[in-house]
Unconditional design. Sequence first.
Length: 376
Amino acid sequence: MFDRVFAVLRKEFLQVFRDPRMKMVIFVSPIVQILIFGYAATMDITNIPMAVYDVDNTKESREVTRDFTYSKYFKITKYLSEESQVRHVIDHGRALCVLKFDRGFSQDLVGNRTAQIQLIVDGTDSNAAQIIVGYSNQIILNYNDKALRDRAHVYLTRLNIVPSIDLRDRHWFNENLISRNYYLPGVIVLIVSIMSLLLSAMAIVREKEIGTMEQLMVSPLKPIELIVGKVVPFGIIALVQVTLITVVGNLWFNVPLRGSIPLLFVSTLIYLLTALGCGLLISTICATQQEAMMSVFLFYFPATLLSGFAYPIANMPQVIQYFTYLNPMRYYLEIVRAIFLKGVGIPVLWKDMTILLIMGTAIIFISAKRFRKTIG
């Protein structure tokens, strides 16, 4: 049995690596993707181009503008002199926001009245707009606190009689709130999923197209031996890709890996039962490689959207959230991020791992039964 399985394994490896382009896809593509995600796919917004329209032009308005400039989030690109220029810089993308001071801002502030500032934001990208507004509110709150303390020195003899609350925040697991640390572990899930699905889905269909399926059917191979020989090489390739991504993410992008590396690979093996099983099921249904590829992407894209990789599951409609429980990528993504960022182990992750194991076993069983029926 082992000799026959080894023969199929050797055949699959030779067939995969015979094509130089396939080597590029397997080994170079994960590195390219993690570099792209590491540098481009980030939710951290800095150096936001901002224009200032200061009609008041007083010491107080310049102080507020200086607070925006000295922060790492905003970069003043233009000072406006006319109201019509506000729409112009927004429409032409010269600035993502405009800070506008009306006349009388300083008088209201000095006169103990509420002074108003208008922040005009380009809302084309709603997520970026919300982040810009959040940054601006924080800067204004800091300015209010500083102004209150300065005023207290003037009106009160002792500053310590002014009641105040000092909030000290502390971030766990991602101390500097770097979005790269959150997204790069998810790249492991994306690459393992797409590669496992594509390679396993093409395995049987390729045999049908080149006419070697009949030779395998009349060979001494049992169906289970053929299944193992077909899917194990792709599982090994997936583990190699996990290793590459983990090394690059940890050494190049300084993404912390606080958990157990063996647990990461064990979790990947459990998830591969599902990914390879789905690919094998697709290969038994489709007749051509083009059809198999389209079927893989038909499954992959909804699974990615419902995994929580880019969009929090808690923000999805309740009905959609129920569907995410059927998505194996969701559980694997939670496991990978927990291992990387939180450093937790089996006592915390056993539920997700058990669900993945049940799903994987069921899909492999269904795929194997379908496969035996197909070659029979």
